[in-house]
Structure formats: C-alpha cells, structure tokens
Design a protein around this ligand. Sequence first.
Ligand code: SAH
Ligand code: F3S
Length: 469
Amino acid sequence: MDRSMNRKLYIETVGCQMNVLDSELVAGQLSAAGYQLVASPRQADTILFNTCSVRQHAEDKIYSALGRLKHIKRTHPGKIIGVLGCMAQKDREEIFRRAPHVDLVVGPGQLGRLPELLERVASGMGPQLEVSLGRRDGRRSEVQGSFRRYDPVRKPGVRARPHQAMVRIMFGCDKFCSFCIVPSVRGPEQSRPPEEIEAEVRQLADQGCLEVTLLGQTVNHYGATSGGRTVRLADLLYRIHDTEGIRRIRFVTNFPSFMTDELLQAVRDLPKVTPYLHVPAQSGSNRILRRMQRGYTVEAYREMLARVRQTVPEAAVTSDFIVGFPGETEEDFRETVRLVEESRFKNSFIFKYSPRTGTKAAERYADDVPDEVKRRRNNELLAVQNAISEQENLAFRGRTVEVLVEGPSKTGRKQDGPVVQLTGRTVCDRIVVFDSPRGLAGSIVPVRIYDTTAVTLFGRVVSVVGVEC
Ligand code: SAH
Ligand code: F3S
C-alpha cells in the first residue's frame, strides 16, 4: 500500500537560503509522492523541521518546538515528526535522546532518501537515522560521496514566490573558518556541473521564473570542468545569462579573497546580473581575523572593496559581522566599527559569537566576552550601520527604480480596495513598499520613490521609461 497518499505535510524551516531551498525541494518531492502541504503542525500528520546549527539560538528554537509537540505525539501517535538538515547531521542520536518522540533524523546529505525513510517509519520499522560521514570519518572522496546530491525536479507550486528561485551551484564548504560549523554539517565543497545548472535555470525560466539566485557557501569559489576547461563563476554567469525569460541573476555568498576582477567585470558587463554583492568581512581587526582563520587581512578586504567600487560603482555591498569573538577587545571592536563606517555597506548582518562544539574556535578559545558586552557591541554596530543605510537610501528619494514585485506588503493595512500595498525589490536588493493596482505580483515595474528609511523605500508605480538602479 502506498501510505504517502493523502498524507498531510507541514514543514518548518530555520536558517539560511540553502535551507529554504532544501525545504522547497523536499516539499516538491513529497508532494509528487502524494503528500499535501498544510499550513500548521495541527493539521499535519507529518511534521518536519529543517534545521540550522550556525548559532545556539537556532538550535534552542528547534528543541523547544519539538518539546511543544510531545503532547500532540502522545495524543496522536500516528503523527510522524522529523528533524532534517544541519542539526540532524550535528546532533544525530542526541536528538532522539533529548526528544524521544522524534521518529526521523535526516542530515542535509541524505534528503533524497526521505520518501523511503518516511515510509519505513509509517510501516512501523521504528525511528530512522540517516546522516553523512563526519569530515574526519573517511578519505575525502568517501566523505564527499556520503553527502549525496539532492537536485530533484523543481516544482513552481511549492515555491513561496513562483517568479523567484534559488539554484544551488555548490555544496559544502572547505574554508573552515574557526567559528563555523557549516563545513562539518554540509560536508566537502563540491561544484555542480555547469550543464546541470544551465538546464535547471532553463527549466525555471520555462516555469515563469524571472529571477534566479545562485547559491553556494563560497559561491565565488565555484569551479567545475567542462569540455576540458575550467568554468568559474564569471564563466557560469555568461553561460546562463541569455536564458530566455530570466531577467535577474544574483549570487550569494561571496568570500572576500575570491572576488576576482573577472567576476567583477562580469557583474559590470552582464545586464541581467544584479549589482548586489554579499561579501562578509566578519571583523575589522587583523588579530581577530587571524583567530577566525579567515585567511585575509582587513587591508586586503579594503583593497577588494576598492576594486568593487571602481569596477561596479553602483553596486550595493552587504556584509556579515561577528561581535564578541573570543579575545575581542574594545580596540578590536573599534576597528570593526571603523570598517563599517568607511565601507558604506547597504546593510550588515551582525551576530553575537556563539561557540559551536567541534569548531576550532570552541576547542581553542574560551567564550570570554560577556554576553552584555556582546549585546552592547551588537547594538552599537547596528546603530552605525543603520545610520549609513538611512543615508544611502535617502539618495533614492525622487528617483524611479525598477522593482520585481513580490506580493502584498505585511503592513496589516486592508488590502481589499482597487489599490493595494505591495512589496518588491530593486536590482540592488532594496525593499520597496508601494501602492499599485492589484495583480502585479511577478512583474517588473517602475516605481517612483517618495520616502525612505534605513530598510525600506516607499513609492508609487509610474509608467515612465528611464529607470535607475
Ligand atoms: N558562507 C555562509 C556562511 C554561513 S553562516 C553563507 O552562505 O552565508 C552565516 C553567517 O553566520 C556567517 O557569515 C557569520 O557571520 C555567522 N556565523 C557563523 N558561525 C557563527 C557563530 N559560531 N557565531 C555567531 N555567528 C556565526
Ligand atoms: Fe562558514 Fe567560513 Fe565556510 S563562514 S560556510 S566556514 S566560508
């Protein structure tokens, strides 16, 4: 009997865009197998959490969500509860110990086996655990092989926004920044063959997709051989650029050391490639960057940024920072503030250091910056960045920008008149909220900006040509 027919699936996602993509692929694969997607765990008979291990907070959230399901499982023992993704790979059996009502633990390298594993649970075979090898559990080729490829057919119906899609171009990471768990839980760095990526982008375009975001942990380190030649990210952008129907191409996340002139020239020369570059600096102090094992100095980061500004002057650059890394002094932090002040990032994501078991930083250094100091530095850096974001956005007042419309804005305003409030993004990833006739989701429209804040541009749809960034 096919037990998957008419099963109701709820899937909750925590973490980065790679996880959002994995959840979309899981939802697509399981809906093809007969599952129906539902909007809450109460309605579901299969509840999956796609999890993140980057910071303790992300893990705590999942363990408390699992705790809340204990009662439901007691009253509805037929419900299947599964933990997928990075926490599954990191905590493994520990998840069954801490939450004995969990039926399924599946690492990011084993997601393709989900239909079969769910079937095993449903047929009474007991809890299922399927994870990949740890980075030290075998030769590189063995470990790599144990992170199985997961690229099922794309289904537009399960995407939150059918006109925008992420495309994985790489798996894993080999950088081993000392604070980061990602190389352990997502495995060795591997690049997908360009032909596969081209085919997927074509398929997405045929489904009506206008924007693709190419994903990799170090996306600008993409490298694959094709026809005896090495294909780098810049070459890949050229290869997919002319895909009919695709209007915007973006890529995240860039590693500062791999921001080559070829790549910047491709961003400059290819009209569909958006001038938006996420290039995390992490710290402005060389002493901390060395401890983080990032492999570059703050001078090298500045030099890279100067090349970006010179080649793609209109580029919006964004960054990540960690505050309160072990040993970070007030002087180290001041250097980070200086870097933010002078770099004029469009925005920065700022995180308080969270020790991750199994990383070099957690093994070598005590987490010695008190939480209140981390919090203060976080708030201060955020305030510095917000002031810059506000100033940068001010320049958009009175301009007309090209907006890819995503859908209704979340302002809570009534949306039942002929004019509704929508939200979308500019090519440089700025959020625009604007009034317009309904029915524009999934189109690209010119919007004239009349007001701005640090995070949002406000405007009205216009029907003029000659739009800017
Ligand atoms: N290259 C990845 C990075 C994933 S982690 C990418 O695609 O974005 C995202 C960000 O989380 C990192 O850039 C870093 O700023 C932050 N981060 C990673 N490990 C962390 C830790 N242990 N504590 C706090 N922040 C961390
Ligand atoms: Fe993490 Fe550094 Fe890779 S931040 S994902 S180890 S580039």
